[in-house]
Design a protein around this ligand. Sequence first.
Ligand code: SF4
Length: 63
Amino acid sequence: MKKLLIRSELCPQNHKCPAVNICPMKALQQKDYNAPIVDDSKCIKCGKCVNFCPHKVFCLIEN
Ligand code: SF4
């Protein structure tokens, strides 16, 4: 089964995350300029956010 990993250490945390609005399931949330967090119960592991973030913060892994 896949899981979405958010590598927050790669996020500069100084801007509004554009991937939050890309997610078709509204599974991503961002508080202020913090790295986004994912609601695993909503995420369908489609990978849209993975391809969208230029800092490669999102990563789909097998778990
Ligand atoms: S993998 Fe897809 S459903 Fe999951 S957070 Fe990313 S865009 Fe949303």
